[in-house]
Design a binder for this molecule. Structure first.
Ligand SMILES: NC(=O)c1ccc[n+]([C@@H]2O[C@H](COP(=O)([O-])OP(=O)(O)OC[C@H]3O[C@@H](n4cnc5c(N)ncnc54)[C@H](O)[C@@H]3O)[C@@H](O)[C@H]2O)c1
Length: 409
């Protein structure tokens, strides 16, 4: 019997997942509280930016395999991919998961599988099962299966990674793990790694904390090297010649809504034991302020000169500005130097971001144009386009390169 799958939350994760399953000929209903997302999908369009996804969605909708709705339908499998941001105290905001679980609960009749895909603190899948059974005391305990299967795709590569990445499959019971694995086998050729729900929740957070701690180490080295008058890029390059050393590249801070958020869920769950993870978060959160101080010192040496700020995205070669340290630094610099003109260059966006739009002393420009105008240049993101800048172009300019992209200039 063909199962009917409902994917709850049609954002950066839910929509590609729904499309990947529908593309295998399994009927999928996408559910979202946002009419714009639902209408777009039903018209065979997409409302997010992800390469090639438009064609996959258009075909799945045309084939009748993918539809979208704001009403929770009856289904055999529910996959929940709603946001899990953090609250002011940096604990996880589970209100989206709770609301989604309760609306799924209303559609259940027993025998279904509910999979949580949202990145969540350890214990959330168990909590989800409690919410469902509190909302539906008529359902037999154990009659609905629950699992956590975290997502680890890279934006820009989502369709390929959904198919190829290994997946952690953590059921609340072994039966839930087994049934959830069968769902991922529909579209995933990577290894399916069975475990329990709490371990699956923890492992996802561990992966991003690993990245964060390693980036913090590189960022801390950049501060130490600056204090000691050592070129950090050269020092890291030399250290990485050791066969078992692989230090990452320092940068202006850590952004996006995964690496900068997920470690806090571990800290909130075990504050006394998470000293290294917490300190790494603090080191990375402090880095934009340090860059800002260096940039302001550079500007002070060139009174009145136009400054070019290169890159606004939270990492290279993407258009995502969410929680971007580069954007934060640009905003602060422009605001604090109201009497100076700034040009920002972000090859991946076509209009000046809202955070800068209201400020009178900044405009968006192309790279050549910006470099022709500016006597101060701050490189904030190592987009590929910036690698082509020659040392001749930079002669006579005050330069701050936060990514080491021009270290050999
Ligand atoms: N984007 C990524 O690269 C990425 C990678 C790995 C993990 N994650 C995790 O996946 C989860 C989803 O992230 P995302 O980037 O897809 O978020 P998103 O904001 O792009 O999409 C979430 C969608 O859920 C919808 N929604 C909210 N409440 C709902 C409800 N009660 N019922 C139905 N729909 C509802 C929203 O309208 C939105 O369309 C998060 O936990 C995130 O941390 C994201």
């Amino acid at each position: 019997m063909t199962q009917k799958i409902a994917v709850v939350g049609l954002g950066y994760i839910g929509l590609p997942t729904a499309a990947a399953i529908a593309a295998q000929g399994v009927p999928v209903v996408g559910v979202d509280v946002n009419d714009t997302a639902v209408n777009a999908v039903n018209e065979g369009r997409i409302h997010i930016v992800e390469p090639d996804l438009d064609a996959v969605v258009a075909k799945a909708v045309a084939d009748g395999m993918l539809t979208a709705t704001t009403e929770m339908p009856a289904a055999d499998v529910y996959m929940i991919a709603v946001p899990t941001p953090f609250l002011a105290d940096r604990s996880a905001d589970l209100s989206y998961v709770e609301r989604a679980s309760k609306s799924v609960a209303a559609a259940l009749s027993g025998g279904e599988l509910v999979i949580l895909e949202s990145t969540s603190p350890p214990g959330t899948t168990e909590l989800m099962a409690q919410w469902v059974h509190e909302a539906r005391p008529d359902l037999e305990p154990g009659s609905v299966l629950f699992a956590h299967c975290p997502e680890r795709v890279l934006p820009g590569q989502v369709l390929r990674e959904l198919r190829e990445n290994d997946r952690i499959i953590g059921g609340l019971t072994p039966e839930a793990t087994e049934k959830a694995a069968a769902v991922y086998r529909i579209f995933c050729v990577g290894e399916l790694l069975p475990t329990d729900a709490k371990t699956a929740e923890f492992v996802k957070l561990v992966e991003n904390s690993f990245r964060d701690v390693n980036i913090a180490f590189a960022n801390e080295l950049s501060l130490i090297s600056d204090r000691l008058g050592i070129d950090v890029w050269h020092a890291i390059e030399l250290a990485n010649h050791h066969p078992r050393v692989n230090i990452l590249t320092p940068g202006p801070g850590v952004g996006g809504h995964c690496i900068a958020v997920d470690p806090w869920f571990i800290v909130a769950a075990a504050p006394e034991e998470s000293r290294l993870i917490k300190t790494a978060r603090e080191v990375n959160d402090h880095k934009p302020e340090w860059v800002l101080e260096r940039a302001q010192a550079l500007l002070a040496d060139k009174p009145g000169a136009t400054a070019a700020l290169l890159g606004l995205a939270f990492k290279k070669n993407i258009d995502d500005l969410r929680e971007s340290p580069a954007l934060e630094i640009a905003h602060e610099l422009v605001t604090r130097s109201a009497d100076r003109q700034f040009v920002v260059v972000e090859p991946n966006v076509h209009e000046i971001p809202k955070a800068l739009a209201g400020l009178g002393n900044v405009s968006l420009a192309g790279l050549d144009d910006a470099l022709a105008q500016a006597d101060v240049v701050v490189l904030l993101v190592d987009h590929d386009e910036f690698a082509a800048v020659t040392s001749e172009t930079l002669v006579g300019k005050a330069v701050l390169d936060t990514r080491g992209q021009w270290r050999d200039r």
